[in-house]
Each structure stands twice: as structure tokens, then as C-alpha cells.
Ligand binder design. Sequence first.
Ligand SMILES: Nc1nc2c(c(=O)[nH]1)N[C@H]1C(S)=C(S)[C@@H](COP(=O)(O)OP(=O)(O)OC[C@H]3O[C@@H](n4cnc5c(N)ncnc54)[C@H](O)[C@@H]3O)O[C@H]1N2
Ligand code: MOO
Ligand code: MG
Length: 419
Amino acid sequence: MVEKRTPVAVKEAIERVMKRVKQLPPETVSLHEAYGRILAEPVLATHAVPPFDRSPYDGFAVRSKDTEGASGESRISFQVVDHIGAGAVSSRTIGAFEAVRIMTGAPIPAGADAVVMLEQTVQNGNTFTIRKPFEPLENVSLKGEDAKKGETIVEAGTFIQPGVIAVLATFGYAEVRVARRPVVGLLATGTELVDVSEPLAPGKIRNSNGPMIAAQLARMGIACRLLGSLPDDEDACFELVQKAVEECDAVMTTGGVSVGDFDFLPAVYARLGAEVLFNKVQMRPGSVTTVAHLNNTFLFGLSGNPSACFVGFELFARPALFSMMGSGKPYLPYEKALLAVDLTKPNPFNRFIRAVYTSTPSGARVAPAGFNKSNSVTSIARGNAFIVLPGGTRGFQKGDEVDVLLIGAEEGVPAWVLN
Ligand SMILES: Nc1nc2c(c(=O)[nH]1)N[C@H]1C(S)=C(S)[C@@H](COP(=O)(O)OP(=O)(O)OC[C@H]3O[C@@H](n4cnc5c(N)ncnc54)[C@H](O)[C@@H]3O)O[C@H]1N2
Ligand code: MOO
Ligand SMILES: [Mg+2]
């Protein structure tokens, strides 16, 4: 008798996974190692930015009141009393019709409250003239206009992108508290598998899922422990997975999760005493994706079929791992786009079609990325998104608006909705 499995809704399956997530404790890394990590603490402004009133231009610092009435017919002349570049501070206090020659980024000298750009002057030796009046604070970059001291600049749980690195550096965070990265073990199962450097033989294929998952993890900033590849042998799989569960926060396997004679992962989960969160999901591809949980370790049983494996990772493993790292935005970014082709097939389950999403001046378009069966490897290579067609629908036409999940972006909103 073939085991009967109860397919759960995609949303329900994701919720079952996310409910088990425990955030990993934070650790400290140096700023130059912080790119790609997730902030465990908010970035607070330790001082105002800019830290002092400064010149946004190369020019002359003046008193605005001295410029009143200036015009082309009645130019006003100033005497240059000092000269500073960024990094220097003038010791002068500007008096009537005096000016300090000042470069971009230098602090506004005492007494001055406006900056005349070099281009707005006619220079003559140590003097220059202007032909227009300046308002108080005209061309002055004010202390604190970018950030006030004590302000929260970036929330905890944010992916550290280059801009976050810039604010960390600005505020003197030589070290940063970030979430620990999960330790992830990766095992490919299948008697048919040979390694990338090995020749093919009858009945054999190269293990593409292993390197693919390693790259999906790398894209999240997670290095994995390569547990290698095993033939479809229950005892060998059991022993390796049992050991990996003790050492890892998540163990990812590919293959052997369906109902076939050599699909041993279900038996492995049973022998481990792991809690199986689900073993069938209302989606295509990836319906056989199985997630189990044992002693705070996730067991992601991804399908052997490459597209199913890829989708299972992006939908279930990715948000769980990001959430373990404290990410506030663990899901794939959601968009809407117009279909560029007809998709007439019925969709008994939610369908996640590997797709090419393009943003055009007249709106976003999306089209399947090629051969779209669950065993396709080429459509994963050509795609940058999933078209999501809800279960129980059929007959989508060119021009219809459809849901799209973007793949490969750093952060997604938590609000994308599936039935
Ligand atoms: N009677 C049924 N048969 C199948 C069902 C079902 O419900 N009833 N489900 C089908 C679906 S849907 C999928 S998806 C696959 C899932 O298979 P498994 O996850 O058990 O994976 P395997 O049987 O080990 O392999 C499937 C397929 O993928 C190839 N494969 C495996 N590992 C890799 C790898 N590392 N790199 C590249 N390709 C890999 C393998 O050679 C097989 O062709 O089951 C259906 N069957
Ligand atoms: O799990 Mo399979 O990929 O539904 O086709
Ligand atoms: Mg199988």
C-alpha cells in the first residue's frame, strides 16, 4: 500500500515552519566582516550627522546680512580673511564684509551664516564681489540635518547592505553585533548521482542540487557543511543525518522524500523520532517537500527534482534560516506583473512557475523561463522570479495580472499572501 499523504496549504506549511524558528544568539564581528549579515541591534546615531554646520560647496563663507541689496548694478565686495579646506577649522570670527575661502565639507566659521559658491563671484586678489543677496543659512549644510544624535537609523533585523556599512562606519561601529549564522549541513541522496567532475555512465546524472543549494545558501550569506552525496541506502542516510542533526541548526537533504522504493528520508525521520511538520504541500513543483524538526534542528527534505528542490528551498528553508538570524523581512519580495503569454493549463495546486520578470516603462511583465516541469534544471538557470498561480484556477491569458515572487533580492516584505 502506498502511503497516503495529506497535502497542506502553502501558507499553512510556511506557518508550521516559522512557528518552530528560534532566533540564534548574536555574535560580534568587525565592520569589514559585517556585509551580508543581519543586525542584532539597531544602529543608533552616536552623534549628529553632519557633526557640525558645514559648507556644501567650494566658495566663500560670509554674513548674509552683508549681502543685502547686492545686484548686477550694485555689486558688494568682500575681503578674504582666511582659507580652509575640509578637515581644517578657521580660528577667525567673520566681521562685516569679511569672508573665509572655504571648501566643501569644511566647518562654517564663527560669524558666517551663508556660503557663496565660487561660480557666483568675481575674484580680484584678496577680494571678490557678488551680484545677489544670500538668505541666512543659504548654502549651509546644517548640523544634524541627516541624523540627530540618539536617533535609530537602522532597525535590528535588517540585512547589512553597503549603505548600512556606511552608517556603521559613520558612527564608529568598528565592531557590530550580528545574528549568528545557522550551521547548515547539506546532503544529496541518490544512487544515480555522480559528482560534477565525474563522467556520466548509463543511468547516472550529475548531482546538480547539491551545488545549487550551496549557492542558494551562499546568496543568503550562509556557508554550508558539505556532507557529500550518498546512495539511496536507509542505514547510511540515517547515520549521516543523525550525526548532522547534533552538529547543525538545519540539515538539508535532496532526493528520496517521495513514496518510491528507494525514497528513504521518511523512514530516516521516523527512526530519528523527528516531528514531521508536513510531507506534502499543495504546490507544484515541490509538492513532496518535507520539513521535520528535532531538538531545535530543522530537517529540510527537499525534492530530488531540481525545480522542486529549488522552489522548496526558496519557500521554506530561506525564510526559516533568515528568521533564525533575526531578519524582519525573511520572505521573497512580492510583485504583480502582466503575463506576457497565455498559461492555459489548469492548476490543481498552487503553481510556482520559474519565470523571467522584467520591469518596463509601461509596467512589469513576466513570462515562464522555459521548460517548466518539476524535473527541469534549465528554467531555474533562466529565471529570476516565480509566477504564482493559485490552486483551483485555469486559463490565464496574456495580459492578465499575476502574482510574482522575486528571487535573489536581499529582503522581502512579510506580507505576501498565498491561499
Ligand atoms: N508514485 C509517485 N511518484 C512520484 C510522486 C508521487 O507523489 N507518487 N511524486 C513525484 C514528485 S511530485 C516529485 S517532485 C518526485 C520527488 O522525488 P524525490 O524527492 O523522492 O527524489 P528522487 O526520487 O530521489 O529523485 C527524483 C528525481 O530527481 C533527480 N535527482 C535526485 N537528486 C538529484 C540531484 N542531487 N541533482 C539532480 N537531480 C537529482 C533524480 O534522478 C530523479 O530523476 O517524485 C515524483 N514521483
Ligand atoms: O513535488 Mo513535485 O515537484 O510536485 O512535481
Ligand atoms: Mg523519489
